[in-house]
Design a protein around this ligand. Structure first.
Ligand code: GLU
Length: 501
């Protein structure tokens, strides 16, 4: 195999899509595994929909995932790196024009003067006859006089590529032998519009050829484009690269992944506190498997193992629960300092949104890591999990406070007893989880309560929530004074509610 040169070729017409990230990852892994080159090319010819902001989102997303490219634009709106530049299609227009002239001179393409109305009438007629849409070839054999006459009328032609009648065959690296009859391609297709702008099928081939791309690895949605691309490579006199089409990413209901049913922008996952290690791990397994039981793999470990042989043909279901599980696994593996640093922006966001009243110091977070690190499905869940520690005035829902088997009076009585037990049994100096538990259990036994009821009432009283890290660790994190004050407040709340009832 030649040393691979592979590319990801996103259009900056939207934020980095999770499917594009997967394609980028597979190309990256393929290049790294085989000592090849990974190229980023921006396909920005849709000027109306492209923007520098989307470009920035795409580049930053790839950087964040750690998918560093060897050639391509360095930063949004910035300079290029690599010998085959420029790597933005809008800076390569003269190359497409030159390639188009070459095809025209060799009569492998021809100007087409059909008007939109003519083409629309063709389409309607085909629809009425229940035929698939195809170009009828009205301009395919105009003489040079006929062309000149149309030009003299001030009409400019689009450029159509002459599709030869043949069967295009190729060995797809994922799907095996593929054969497509060019009769099914819809006839001669436009490669340059009448206004001179080149179209995707053409620019992609001109660039893949010019950039020496050896393997085109992309989503299965492009499979039907590949015969057109092969014909163009041949017409331009270039070696045809190898092709591999990755399985579609599916919603859980097995429809094609869509914005409507799934979250598709990578930046949204990032904003929710997914870590890049987990996303990379998850995306790698979206259509590929190690062939072993191994599931938790870093980017480097993936690059050492990746091969196209283990890419599946069938669609790959996007299982968000698995992503969350992997995210939790990777959060557990983060070194303490790293996790503390990565939690910081999420805590700041909680503060900005008024969900907490103060920002904990890094050392305060470090002390909490033993009870939170393995409980975080995402970094963004930190506030949900222990935000009650950084709230001045805890709001408690009195209904949550009363366990099912108890009434308000019992709860008030129990919380009062628990409060006194905690105050008496545990001195102000050492306030440790293993000192809190025995006296409270003794209280439960003495009163004939269920431990779960008392502990739930205490949990809600001091955190406002029914699900928290282990209760006694939570009390220790809150500290003696705040624990007692919150219990007092809950008792008072129940008294007020009782009086109002
Ligand atoms: N710009 C195209 C896209 O984003 C690239 C497709 C290809 O890889 O050929 O879908």
């Amino acid at each position: 195999m030649p040393t691979p040169r592979v590319r990801i070729a996103p259009s900056p017409t939207g934020p980095l899509h999770i499917g594009t990230a997967r394609t980028a990852l597979f190309n990256y892994l393929f290049a790294r595994r085989h000592g090849g080159t990974f190229i980023l090319r921006l396909e920005d010819t849709d000027v109306a929909r492209s923007s520098v902001a989307f470009e920035q989102d795409i580049l930053e997303g790839l950087h964040w995932l750690g998918l560093e490219w060897d050639e391509g634009p360095d930063a949004a709106g910035g300079e290029d790196r690599g010998p085959y530049g420029p790597y933005r299609q809008m800076q390569r227009l003269e190359r497409y024009a030159a390639a188009a002239r070459g095809l025209l001179e060799r009569d492998l393409a021809y100007p087409c003067y059909c008007t939109p109305d003519e083409l629309e009438a063709d389409r309607r007629a085909q629809e009425a006859a229940r035929q698939p849409p195809r170009y009828v070839g009205r301009c395919a054999s105009l003489t040079s006089d006929e062309r000149a006459a149309r030009e003299a009328e001030g009409r400019t032609g689009a450029l159509r590529f002459r599709v030869p009648a043949e069967k295009v065959r190729f060995e797809d690296l994922v799907r095996g032998e593929v054969e497509i009859d060019t009769a099914n391609l819809g006839g001669d297709f436009v490669i340059v519009r009448a206004d001179g702008t080149p179209l995707y099928h053409f620019t992609v081939v001109v660039d893949d050829a010019a950039m020496g791309i050896s393997h085109v690895i992309r989503g299965e949605d492009h499979l039907s484009n590949t015969p057109k691309h092969i014909l163009l490579f041949e017409a331009l006199g270039h070696a045809v690269p190898a092709f591999g089409h990755l399985p579609l990413i599916l919603n859980p209901d097995r429809t094609k992944m869509s914005k409507r049913k799934s979250q598709t922008a990578l930046s949204d996952y990032r904003a929710q506190g997914f870590v890049p290690e987990a996303i990379v791990n998850f995306l790698a397994l979206l259509g590929w498997s190690t062939g072993t039981e191994e599931e938790i793999l870093s980017l480097d470990e993936l690059a050492a193992r990746f091969d196209l042989d283990h890419v599946q043909k069938g669609g790959a279901v996007f299982d968000r629960e698995r992503l969350e599980w992997l995210n939790g696994q990777w959060i557990r593996r983060l070194p303490e300092d790293e996790l503390i640093a990565r939690l910081q922006p999420f805590l700041e966001a909680d503060l900005d949104a008024g969900r907490i009243d103060r920002l904990p110091a890094p050392e305060e977070i470090r002390a909490l890591l033993p009870i939170v690190q393995e409980r975080l499905p995402t970094l963004g869940a930190i506030g949900d999990l222990v935000g009650f520690l950084w709230i001045d005035q805890l709001e408690v829902d009195p209904e949550l406070l009363v366990p099912k088997r108890w009434d308000a009076a019992t709860t008030r009585d129990a919380l009062g007893a628990a409060r006194d037990t905690i105050e008496e049994a545990v001195g102000p100096v050492t306030f440790e989880a293993d000192e809190l538990e025995p006296p409270l259990r003794a209280l439960v036994d003495a009163r004939g309560w269920k431990a779960g009821d008392l502990f739930m009432a205490i949990r809600v009283a001091v955190t406002g929530r029914t699900a928290t890290p282990p209760l006694f660790d939570t009390l220790v994190a809150l500290g003696r004074e705040r624990t007692l004050a919150r219990l007092d407040a809950a008792i008072e709340l129940l008294a007020r509610e009782g009086a109002a009832a």
